[in-house]
Design a protein around this ligand. Sequence first.
Ligand code: ADP
Ligand code: MG
Length: 718
Amino acid sequence: MDINSPLDKVFKILTPQNCALKKLGLETVEDLLFYFPTRYGNVAQIKNIKTLEKGDTALVYGKISQIKIRKGWKSKIPMAEARLSDESGTIKIVWLHQPYIAKMIQPETFVKIEGKISERKGDLAFVNPEIEKVKKVPIAVGNSLFGKSENGFAYPIYRETRGVTSRWIFHSIQKILKGGVLDTLEDSIPTRILEKYHLPSLRTALIWIHAPKRKEDSLSARKRFAFEEVFYIQLQKQKERKLYAEYSAFKIRKTKKELGEFTARFSFSLTSAQEKAIDKILEDFSKHTPMSRLLEGDVGSGKTAVAATVAYAIVTTSPPKQDYGNLQVAYMAPTEILAQQHFESFIEYFKHLPIQIGLITGSGCKKFPSKVNSEKATDISRSQLLKWVENGEIPILVGTHALIQKTVEFRNLAFVVIDEQHRFGTKQRKNLRHKQDVVLPHLLSMTATPIPRTLALTVYGDLDITLLDEMPSGRKPVITEIVLPTKRNTAYEVIKKELSAGRQAYVICPRIDEPDPTKELALNVKSVKEEARRLKKEVFPKNEIGILHGKMLKKEKEDVMQEFKNGEIDILVATSVIEVGVNVPDATVIIIEGAERFGLAQLHQLRGRVIRSTHQSYCFVFADTKSESSLERLQSMVKAKNGFELAEFDLAQRGSGDLYGKKQWGLTDLGMEALRNIKMVEAAREEATQLIDSDSALIDYPLLKKNIEEKREKIHFE
Ligand code: ADP
Ligand code: MG
């Protein structure tokens, strides 16, 4: 047996089982060895049959009888059936699709059964439980998790799928552990680091995670692998950071005072968070290496104003060794409508200055000011725009992805702003930045997605982070209410009142979880259409109702958003995909249906749609749940002061939360666990930074280098 051996060379595996293994991503011995248990069976949970209740997940020891194969009455599903008895009573067991189990177990055998209790035809039954033969039924049941279980340790439970049971995985891994493969494994983490943080070696950790003798051992093992995951990501990120540090950048010498001429024209005064962010950025600008900074702030916290202010510092600076001309700024937004919006804000900010502003999107180009009217923007040809950008006459270019194209060349690009940066891939972001070979522009990435600090430190390890954790003063907080089904009409009344005052509303339909993505999309579209129809018929017959969902073409979506923005649509019924960052000042109400199905962070994002208004705005969180913990979770929407607080709350509450985690960031459950431990994340970052500082190519750490490269393929590090 070799670490790279395919599983079907090492174990006897039937074809359906092989498919199931593939589905779990398990193809080689190595894959299996690094397939960690999701939890450990708890011996203290051993129950008597008499005490079982529907819905329990229970562990019972007993004797098997009446075991037989049978076919479903109507369904024709092949199954094994048996009865299990202990001294307190008996219960039926059914194994759907697993008739072979009947052949494996002789009547009168002692077994351990673990699984879910359901009701079948009026009687309680175990359905598809785990079964394991045991020598005898334990008499005294241990009372601690890793107490006196029959094997001497608690047994791991693995995520399974139809065709592969947790038990199969367990036994196979135990074989691998005994097969000597462990001795061939090399630890990628330097011993010095393991010792410093009291982490077990790779070999020990693998044993401890799959066959722990004590609870603490399994926890240490998990800690090690969690550290490893974050450490790898950090190494990758620190490598990138170091790479950027080797480029040069335009050095901008502007003082805060000089910017005062620009900010004095604002109709508001900057918040102190905005002031601090501007100071930080100016400090970065004054260095000769390029800035890489992330500006994270709730919707409405005024990121654009910060970006415009520092852009002013750039465009009022001449290129080196020149006393004429301007350095250039590129500002990239994820959609045409956002790009258009930023173009308009920039015109507002810069119109008093001799600074031309360009807009480039897939559907056309514009320039401000127009030759004939110095107050207005005008459509121009793409080639004309590109010429002026290339010769430096247009210092500020706002755009969509169209900015990245090769044909767009700058004369002196000194500063790149990426709005809603999570909407772009790493590659797109890089492409924009690498428009010049020698001098790299300073980068300001902006996002309104509040994430926990540990996650930010990890996934944005290559960036310096600045928070805008303060809302402009005078902003009225959104009135947020959790609305139970019986109270829906009160919310509709508020909407009616708002609509008659000329305002607008969003209605967000619930997320429908469905494993098949195309089906999920179809269902979501259906719920949007149905809800729009219902609202029109039953609640708002006099109003214009529009819809927005993921199946519409990009252009269609943007048209609807534009109509909503123009006030032609009163109520927009949408899935949760409504455009990020779009500013519709008259939209003052948002209803979120089925709110319990959304993560807090997403709910907060949605609420952000109505934060822009100067009018009082409302967020009605419709909950169809009676679960106290769900309601409590939703209550934190009312309580949390800002997105960051909410993000921390979400992380703490959801455990290895799917929401933040895997889908979006490519982290494993263990990686998510690490995020709840700020000390661990900081340690991983610290060690990675030191290591990269001393050996950026990881020449002395070939195994680390190899692992990071492999992991990079798997995790999208974003
Ligand atoms: P976001 O962070 O969501 O991108 P914007 O920069 O678009 O926020 O700002 C939202 C609105 O708030 C804009 O109309 C902007 O002019 C205004 N704004 C920005 N900073 C302040 C401030 N310090 N005080 C009052 N209003 C502000
Ligand atoms: Mg914005």
